[in-house]
Ligand binder design. Structure first.
Ligand SMILES: Cc1cc2nc3c(=O)[nH]c(=O)nc-3n(C[C@H](O)[C@H](O)[C@H](O)COP(=O)(O)OP(=O)(O)OC[C@H]3O[C@@H](n4cnc5c(N)ncnc54)[C@H](O)[C@@H]3O)c2cc1C
Length: 237
């Protein structure tokens, strides 16, 4: 049975959602899909790198993704969808075909960084590759140093090299012992770029653990933090 959120969404949706069609689907790696969308309603929208879009899934409610770019003249955008499992958002991403329709809410502000050319130190995971790409593409001059925790390096590396973030991935380990290496890399980047904006995205539990460690060392106090998912929670935003 459809949830209350989904029912409200379907009623409100007729007024506030943007109707789009899938125009291209590219499987960059087995669990990473680059999906392009187009629709007249996407024209003339104001979009900034770091903004989010919520996708309405009729049986479920909303799931959040990050536009990689936005063409307001043509009315098109694209997401990099990580197919982490068989939950509603991942299943939606896996099932998308050219010509299929979808409903969007947004773009809306999520990670607004202001000065487009200042350096950024960025932490995230597979769900954050898209926003890191958008932030980097916003200015050719911007220096973005990324550290991503990933479930399978073999798979993520191909995607990261396509996006120009080679070597920025650290593979997750049982018990999260990999966070020691993530912490070391972030610490080094923050010390080397004291004026950088620090952005933390991805898994809530990793953000929390890293933030605590860095804070104890006097680093990353003014981090912009946005958890993208949390163990056991659904549709986090
Ligand atoms: C602002 C914002 C921007 C985002 N941008 C993107 C994006 O561009 N691309 C993208 O792929 N995702 C993105 N996400 C993350 C995505 O919205 C979540 O992963 C969401 O939970 C997916 O919905 P779902 O229905 O697949 O899983 P849910 O039904 O929400 O969750 C089901 C279960 O899966 C777990 N889970 C959720 N995500 C992951 C994961 N990545 N790895 C392992 N387990 C997970 C949850 O903890 C939960 O237990 C973004 C999230 C936010 C808040």
């Amino acid at each position: 049975m459809a949830s209350a959120k989904a029912l409200i969404g379907s009623v409100l949706g007729r007024f506030v959602f943007h109707d789009v069609s899938v125009t291209r689907v590219r499987d960059i790696a087995p669990r990473f899909r680059w999906v392009e969308f187009e629709g007249p309603a996407l024209r003339d929208e104001h979009w900034e790198a770091g903004d989010k879009v919520q996708v309405f899934l009729p049986e479920t409610g909303m799931r959040t993704y990050t536009p990689l770019a936005w063409d307001a003249q043509k009315g098109s955008t694209a997401f990099l969808v990580y197919l982490h499992g068989s939950s509603p958002g991942a299943s939606w991403g896996r099932g998308l075909r050219v010509g299929e329709r979808a409903q969007f809410f947004g773009p809306r502000r999520s990670l607004s960084l202001g000065d487009a050319s200042g350096p950024v130190v960025f932490f995230g995971d597979e769900t954050s590759f898209g926003v890191a790409h958008a932030l980097k593409s916003a200015s050719a001059k911007r220096n973005v140093t990324c550290v991503f925790e990933v479930s399978q390096r073999a798979e993520s590396s191909a995607v990261l090299s396509e996006l120009g973030f080679e070597g920025s991935d650290v593979e997750r380990t049982a018990g999260d012992s990999h966070l020691a290496e993530v912490h070391e890399r972030l610490r080094g980047a923050l010390l080397a770029n004291p004026n950088a904006q620090f952005v933390m995205t991805g898994k809530a539990q990793s953000i929390q653990a890293l933030k605590t460690r860095l804070k104890a060392e006097g680093l990353g106090r003014s981090a912009k933090v946005k958890a993208y998912w949390s163990v056991g929670k659904t549709g986090l935003d």
